[in-house]
Write a protein that binds this ligand. Sequence first.
Ligand SMILES: Cc1cc2nc3c(=O)[nH]c(=O)nc-3n(C[C@H](O)[C@H](O)[C@H](O)COP(=O)(O)OP(=O)(O)OC[C@H]3O[C@@H](n4cnc5c(N)ncnc54)[C@H](O)[C@@H]3O)c2cc1C
Length: 530
Amino acid sequence: MQETPDAIVIGSGPNGLVGANLLADQGWEVLVLEAQPDPGGAVRSGELTKPGFVHDRFSAFYPLAAASPVIRGLGLEEFGLRWRHAPIALANPTPDGGCAVLSTDVDETAASLDNYAPGDGAAWRALYARWQRVGRYLVDALLTPFPPVVAGGRLAAAVGPREWARFARFALLPVRTMAEEMFAGSGAALLLAGNTLHTDLGPEQTLGGFFGWVLASLGQEHGFPVPEGGAGRLTDALVRRLEARGGRVVCSTAVTSIEVRGRRAVAVRTEHGDEIGVRRAVLADVGAPALYGSLVRREHLPARVLEGMRGFAYDHATVKIDWALDGPVPWSAQPARRAGTVHLGDSLDHLSEVAAQLATGRIPAKPFVLVGQMTTSDPTRSPPGTESVWGYTHVPHRPLGDAGGDLSGKWDERETEGFVARVERELEARAPGFADRVVGRNVLTPPMLEAADANLVGGAVNGGTAQLHQQLIFRPTVGLGRAETPIRGLYLASASAHPGGGVHGACGANAARAALAADGRRRLVAAISR
Ligand SMILES: Cc1cc2nc3c(=O)[nH]c(=O)nc-3n(C[C@H](O)[C@H](O)[C@H](O)COP(=O)(O)OP(=O)(O)OC[C@H]3O[C@@H](n4cnc5c(N)ncnc54)[C@H](O)[C@@H]3O)c2cc1C
């Protein structure tokens, strides 16, 4: 272990590893300390069911990584990363026998939406044309620190002065309103809203349309790519790149506190009792409540930060299921057989019911399930003719009851089995015979998710709610809207920082850049005063 590295990164999730790489690129000695036995945070994979079946333990689809200028700029292909794509990005089979499709071929997307209502295909093309005009500037603006002065200027120019107010209104729309204003049929509404529900926003919430549109447009442009061989190959590439620049990742070493002297982070303590000094910066790829609630002692923090953090809200909890199948999923709707991701939404009203149940603390009666056909996306994931299937669904962070039975949310064996049966009913309804093909199953309940990655508090996947009151300058709380913290040399690098959840690396990159800039200023001041 380096005696006193330039930087310590606490946590080796994608944000931690991206931040570590950017610091190492500038010649810094970087030490990453990871609590778990293996690196990657929520980007890990392994054989969880049967030999030969690779499963993504948490995240699986990476349109945000594919679009992220930071991750693209790392050149991870040189370190073994290879993206694979399913023939189509996303399908949502509906009970009427239809199937809304999101394909990188816009003609295919449009044709599927015209089946729901003639003219919706043209409306989709118009919506996508808006993305083609502004998408790359928008991605840059979203993934840089807030306020995004340069990227925001480019975005404003791309939108155009006469369109700006209209665009701002569009960005704030709830997804139901967006769909109703633009489309006559239910197919497009489901494509947009299903993507919105990757966050904890429901169809009636402000900003939900924007999230749905961004994710659907990324799918339209890039597809929903997966790393060949499993999510862990993305982490492997990040670790290899870091090591090639002299950085180190030490696992099974949780950081228990950050030592602050003279209002500066000077060292960390680990679970093994070591104190490791640091010369320039500490990047914390941990949840904001963990950083301000346990790693930094209260006496080092201003009262306004402690007060603000009391209002911090996590996003919904998650139940994650992997299945090994001895054949493909027997979807009734043919297009779903070619899709990487399959959303099991019946209608916009179904998604609204699920959102209302989650908002009122009830376990959904008819969960909205996000399914990944991993072998369809990447044939290396399981033996020929079989399918490795990934799935998750949201449950309340603090369950108060059950909208569909007698579950309490304590997630013991009986409750877990009961809920898994509920999820599998949704699959069986659209793919009769699914259950007969299951030869292995692995379930992660909210407490199990948190045990496997301390940032997934109560099974929350995005490091905090995506609602507007905890975004941008309000993330993680008022006054802390950037990677900088009240402690000099300490930076929040996780998804609890702007721009939030997803594998895009921007939180880690923002933290690394803030550390480099502050270090540059410090050296300049030191040089001038010598
Ligand atoms: C089930 C699930 C499905 C998801 N699906 C997708 C998807 O398909 N696409 C997508 O883009 N995103 C998805 N996400 C979200 C995405 O994975 C996260 O937003 C992303 O991983 C956040 O990265 P991070 O680096 O901030 O944190 P994490 O990936 O959570 O990593 C944090 C790391 O820090 C470590 N750590 C925490 N505390 C300490 C400590 N005190 N000392 C040392 N180490 C510590 C943890 O062990 C962990 O390794 C999903 C998440 C989950 C859980």
